[in-house]
Ligand binder design. Structure first.
Ligand SMILES: Cc1ncc(COP(=O)(O)O)c(C=O)c1O
Length: 379
């Protein structure tokens, strides 16, 4: 389904055509070809300290990350509840159990206090969690310093799910580079895309080598096919890498535009009471992949669903915030630590159209329509 104003639509304003034509001319469209390495090097340079392995999705990157950390059937992995299902599904692929932790109000990400409670309780039950998956949701950095302190205190490694947060930073340091392993997604709706794609990053050479090996079917370096381990077909292809490289060259520009979109919403919505935004704390820098708001129905005289339906009538896409995973039927039997933060965000929040090419006039139209739901005559 296509909308007049979609939530997040890609733009191709740089070298995408040029690089993809070059990939076609080279004949290498699969998992060999110059753009895969070029994309990885450019991504590593951008991150500063870490090396990247380009993969075919953020989900496969998370799956590989868990495999690399030795997660097996019967293990437990702590995961932020307020996130997309792909953060937790790979735990289940491995026969392990997700242990969900609630968010905190100021970042909407994993609460460090509840994380520690969860670890202590699992230890009490005689089970040491094998890993922690912390997410930088909607591009907003999680409290990585606090989370890493807890990780070190209890010896549980962190996988940073930065699928939505490429370019976001804490104290100038890139999100994704705090944990043992970080992952990104370059899916079509993200701030930069390779069509479909992802990356796994680390500064542990051994883990990176193993990621390359496992992502290409665990092939031994022999003149015939020999396998000592079960591998995966998870490598990024050269065509995706060509597009990804061109998009990466534009990342700063995309972030600037998404941040402009966010600032303009703040300005345009400042006269509507009962609407609040997710704000950066002092050391955090968000890529503002999506602009998200919360609506207090008592004050605003409207709800997230009324706004969604009104905008949909004009072919404008909005979406509820992620439904917390501990409330998903498929995960309902999994342990959960926390209260109602993620639940309340889901009940009151909305993602607004945030594409790079959204104009001021588009945003004025959106906000004017939002205003019409404040009076009862339309309902
Ligand atoms: C938080 C989060 N984690 C993981 C993923 C998975 O990424 P992909 O769609 O590339 O598999 C996504 C996005 O889709 C996401 O938003």
């Amino acid at each position: 389904m296509s909308y007049k104003l979609p939530l997040s639509f890609p733009v191709f304003e740089g070298n995408e055509q040029k690089y993809s034509s070059k990939a076609i001319q080279s004949g290498h469209l699969a998992t060999r070809g110059e753009f895969i390495e070029k994309f990885e090097s450019a991504l590593s340079r951008r991150l500063g300290s870490h090396e990247a392995v380009a993969l075919n999705s953020g989900t496969s990157a998370l799956h590989l990350a868990l495999v690399l950390l030795g997660v097996e059937s019967g293990d437990e992995v702590i995961c932020q509840s307020f996130t997309f299902c792909a953060s937790a599904n790979p735990i289940v692929y491995l026969g392990a159990t997700p242990i969900f932790v609630d968010s905190e109000k100021d970042t909407w990400n994993m609460s460090p206090e509840l994380l520690e409670d969860a670890i202590l309780d699992r230890l009490n039950e005689g089970k040491k969690p094998k890993a922690i998956i912390a997410v930088h949701l909607f591009g907003m950095p999680a409290k990585m310093k606090e989370i890493m302190d807890i990780s070190k205190r209890y010896g549980v490694p962190v996988i940073e799910d930065a699928a939505e947060a490429i370019g976001s930073k804490i104290g100038g340091r890139a999100c994704g580079t705090f944990g043992t392993i970080g992952i990104f997604s370059f899916n079509g709706n993200k701030i930069m895309t390779s069509g479909g794609g992802g990356a796994l990053i680390s500064n542990d050479t051994r883990l990176l080598q193993k990621a390359r090996y496992l992502s290409t079917q665990a092939r031994e370096d022999l003149p015939y096919y020999q396998h000592l381990e079960i591998g995966y077909n998870y490598r990024m292809n050269n065509m995706a890498a060509a597009i990804g490289l061109a998009q990466l060259e534009l990342l700063d520009h995309f972030i600037e535009r998404r941040r402009d979109v966010n600032m303009r919403y703040r300005d345009l919505l400042s006269t509507m009471s009962g609407i609040s935004f997710l704000n950066e704390r002092s050391e955090a820098f968000s890529n503002y992949w999506l602009t998200t708001i919360c609506i207090d129905p008592e004050i605003a005289d409207t709800t997230n669903d009324k706004l969604r339906v009104r905008l949909l009538k004009e072919d404008i896409e909005t979406r509820f915030l992620w439904k917390p995973l501990h409330l998903q039927p498929v995960f309902q039997k999994m342990p959960f630590y926390g209260g109602n933060v993620a639940r309340d965000l889901f009940n009151s929040g909305l993602c607004l159209p945030s594409s790079v090419n959204l104009s001021l006039d588009n945003q004025r139209e959106i906000v004017d329509l939002m205003r019409t739901t404040l009076t009862k005559q339309l309902y």
